[in-house]
Structures are given as structure tokens and as C-alpha cells.
Design a protein around this ligand. Structure first.
Ligand SMILES: [Zn+2]
Ligand SMILES: [Zn+2]
Length: 274
């Protein structure tokens, strides 16, 4: 198994376990070491349970003598065998710590993690902000960029919930979106520059080269002006930094801003005759 794949599974499991066992509280928390990124574990219980990718699928290991004592026989029964080996060994000192079981089935991982999370010693902490369900926790005043990333992160977290829980929460929405006051600054773009970029594009998107998808209320092909180097990144508000894009491509540039796309746009600007 790949580290990334296992990480995805474990993040989903973290959300599932926390919501199944204790709605609104964190029981277990996923952790991953920065340098050795295969070292993934859960904390929150007695000791730490590691789930690491292995040739067969997963290595489930119990770190900490107390946890070993608490869960060894459960794991023995669950896997139908003594531990595969120990992660920490030192023959000369006779040290044998962190027993692990090598398994191929994520269902076994799930059962082990549920057992770990159910233990009475497990700490409960309120879910940290911003939790996916906590729209009421949005700040009163916020700048646009912070709000956009806050909402995106919230939605990402929401999408990791088990579907049944996600839909239940959606049904519980109070249907009235809260309002916040936006603070901060905005750029006043030069209208002549924007209008010129659209004239030069002549109704065709500078990125995908498709015709504008619809006409504006003034019966002009609808395109949007875009700064190749963003104003917020110090880009110039001049015709040699502005292109005209269809709404799809414009969104794509703001979400992905791929270098290959930027180079296409720079090429279009360079190839203009006017
Ligand atoms: Zn386009
Ligand atoms: Zn733009």
C-alpha cells in the first residue's frame, strides 16, 4: 500500500470513529511524522496505535506498555494469531517493544482502531475549530481570502464524514446563511485595460480558444478579464498582463493556476498584433 492511500483511509476512519463514538467530540487524532511519513498513528487513547503501510497492506502496532497490556489479547483474537513481530527490538538488552500484526484487510484496521478509541482512558476533546458543522463559529469580521479558505477547508472536512452523517447534518441546516462583514482591501482595476483585453480576444477565450459560452445582456460575447500574474501577488494592471477568459478557464486559473496554462497565456499576450 502507498502512504498517500493509507493516509486517506485513516483520515476518513478518524472522522468516522469520532462521530460514531462521540458526536461533537474528538476521541482520537491522526498523526503523521514529517520525515518518516509512513509513520502514521492515532493518539487520544492509552499510548499510541500505529497503522503503517506494508507489503501485505497494513502493519498495526501497539506502542506503549500500557496499551500493549490492554489490547494484545484483543489483537490476538482479532487476527487469530500472536503478533507478527516487534517494531522495537534490541537482542543484547532483551528488549521487545511495539508488537505488530501484518494484515491485508482494512476492516481489521478499523476494528483495532475502534477498540483503541473505545477504551475508558480515552480523552475527549471538543472538536477544534473550524469543524465542518460549526458554521456558527465563523468570525464576525473577516477578510475575503481568509473566509474563502475557511469555507474551503470546512467543506473538505465535511466531505470526509461518512455519507450518512454528512447527509444528516445537511438536513439539519438552518437554511439561513449567516452574514459576516468583510474587511480588507480590493483592487480597482483599469477599465481600459480590461476592455482592451476583451477586444483583442475577439470573443474567443485566450486559454481554451473556444468561443465565449454566451452573450452578455449587451449582446457581447461574455468573457472575463484576468491578470496572469495576480494583482495580489504584485502583478501589473497593464495590457501585457491581462487576458480574456471564458468563465470555466477563469475559474481554473484561480483554482489551479498551472504553470503550463500561464505559459500559454503569456504566449498569447506575446503574439498579439495591435
Ligand atoms: Zn476557456
Ligand atoms: Zn482572474
Amino acid at each position: 500500500m502507498q502512504v498517500g492511500e493509507v493516509k486517506e483511509q485513516l483520515l476518513a476512519l478518524e472522522a468516522e470513529v469520532n462521530f460514531q463514538l462521540d458526536l461533537g467530540f474528538v476521541r482520537i487524532k491522526f498523526q503523521q511524522q514529517l520525515e518518516k511519513d509512513a509513520n502514521m498513528s492515532f493518539i487520544g487513547g492509552n499510548g499510541r496505535i500505529y497503522i503503517q503501510p506494508s507489503a501485505l497492506g497494513y502493519d498495526i502496532s501497539l506502542s506503549g506498555k500500557a496499551l500493549e497490556k490492554e489490547m494484545y489479547s484483543f489483537m490476538h483474537k482479532l487476527c487469530g494469531q500472536e503478533c507478527t513481530d516487534y517494531k522495537q527490538k534490541n537482542k543484547s538488552k532483551g528488549k521487545k517493544d511495539q508488537p505488530f500484526w501484518r494484515v491485508d484487510d482494512f476492516e481489521i484496521v478499523k476494528k483495532a482502531v475502534y477498540q483503541y478509541a473505545r477504551k475508558p482512558g480515552t480523552t475527549r476533546r471538543p472538536i477544534e475549530k473550524p469543524a465542518p458543522q460549526a458554521m456558527s463559529e465563523a468570525p464576525e469580521t473577516v477578510d475575503r481570502e481568509t473566509l474563502v479558505s475557511w469555507l474551503a477547508e470546512n467543506e473538505r472536512r465535511a466531505s470526509t464524514l461518512p455519507e450518512s452523517e454528512l447527509f444528516r447534518r445537511a438536513a439539519m441546516s438552518d437554511a439561513v446563511a449567516r452574514k459576516v462583514t468583510l474587511s480588507g482591501t480590493a483592487f480597482i482595476r483599469d477599465s481600459y485595460v480590461a476592455a482592451s483585453a476583451k477586444k483583442l480576444a475577439d470573443g474567443v477565450c485566450d486559454l481554451c480558444k473556444e468561443e465565449a459560452p454566451f452573450l452578455s445582456v449587451n449582446n457581447e460575447p461574455y468573457l472575463e478579464s484576468h491578470h496572469v500574474k495576480w494583482l495580489s501577488h504584485g502583478g501589473a494592471d497593464s495590457i501585457d498582463n491581462v487576458v480574456a477568459l471564458c468563465p470555466n478557464c477563469h475559474r481554473k486559473m484561480h483554482i489551479r493556476n498551472d504553470e503550463t496554462d500561464r505559459n500559454i497565456l503569456i504566449g498569447r499576450i506575446g503574439g498579439r498584433n495591435y
